[in-house]
Write a protein that binds this ligand. Structure first.
Ligand SMILES: NC(=O)c1ccc[n+]([C@@H]2O[C@H](COP(=O)([O-])OP(=O)(O)OC[C@H]3O[C@@H](n4cnc5c(N)ncnc54)[C@H](OP(=O)(O)O)[C@@H]3O)[C@@H](O)[C@H]2O)c1
Length: 254
């Protein structure tokens, strides 16, 4: 049986916020498994440059602010022009401003809503439009993973507005899964616990110790722990999984 060249080609994965932390680790894993990867962030990083050198022609990076819808649309179109199609979308970019709500500025709230929620929804919309435009092929109909957080379901003092964006994303993923399931498109969320990245750098040693003590598996999560879940959810082993949130937190720091 002959296949169209685009369906026979390696998968293309879009990852937002690939310059560092979890996004960078996802980019690296997707490249290692053979995908072509398009990612964006406001700044670049030496790690991304090194990955591009190691995987010539398979990594595209653009400097884009996730709050800029026009640029997000352009980014997805550019990715299609470069790699021919899009197979997976990992909406990972986020900002977290910690602080009690009573003193939080409008700017801080707006920025979290614009990047974490609106930016993710617009990026996923553009990817879904592309999935729908591509010929239907078993196992290649498109998948989305949104990166949430355990605070969406559990709550955390000082993270109310951030938690709202993550809870919103999980509701978005569940509803979209129902909307596009008939077209074979899968939509899931991963909810990591605390990870040692720049986003969680403000965590005090005492807080870290407390989280570790309350975690059944006895350590903080690493980005690699979460990458494993995203790799699975965007792979053939998850072909019948949609509308789910996979929690990756070592058993839960209650
Ligand atoms: N770290 C944790 O403990 C933890 C726990 C649960 C969930 N999460 C979630 O995991 C995901 C990754 O977090 P992380 O810890 O890897 O964060 P991180 O180290 O701060 O990295 C965030 C990434 O997103 C990009 N980004 C931030 N704002 C952006 C914007 N306006 N436009 C475009 N790109 C933007 C950053 O690049 P630029 O700054 O250059 O734009 C960077 O590449 C997030 O969704 C986060 O909410 C993290």
């Amino acid at each position: 049986m002959s296949m169209s060249p685009s369906a026979a080609s390696p998968p293309t994965t879009i990852v937002s916020g690939g310059s560092r932390g979890l996004g960078l680790a996802v980019v690296s894993r997707m490249l290692d498994r053979g995908d072509r990867v398009a990612t964006f962030s406001r700044g670049g990083s030496d790690s991304l440059v090194a990955l591009a050198d190691r995987h010539p022609g398979r990594l595209h990076h653009a400097r884009i602010d996730a709050a800029d819808s026009v640029m997000l649309c352009r980014f997805v179109n550019d990715t299609v022009a470069l790699f021919g199609r899009v197979d997976h979308c990992v909406a990972n970019a986020a900002v977290a401003t910690e602080g009690v709500l009573a003193t939080m500025s409008d700017d801080a709230i707006d920025s979290m809503l614009a990047v974490n929620l609106r930016g993710a929804i617009v990026l996923v919309r553009e990817c879904v439009r592309q999935f729908l435009a591509q010929p239907r092929t078993p196992g290649r109909n498109g998948s989305v993973v949104v990166v949430s957080s355990v605070v969406a379901g559990r709550g955390s003092p000082g993270l109310a507005a951030y938690a709202a964006t993550k809870a919103g994303l999980e509701g978005f993923a569940r509803s979209l899964a129902r909307e596009v399931g008939a077209r074979g498109i899968r939509v899931n969320a991963v909810a990591p616990g605390f990870l040692a990245t720049e986003l969680s750098a403000s965590l005090s040693d005492a807080d870290r110790g407390r989280i570790v003590r309350r975690t059944p598996l006895g350590r903080l999560g690493t980005v690699e722990d979460v990458v494993g879940a995203i790799d699975f959810l965007t792979g053939p082993g998850a072909d019948f999984i949609t509308g789910q949130t996979v929690t990756v937190d070592g058993g839960g720091a209650a």
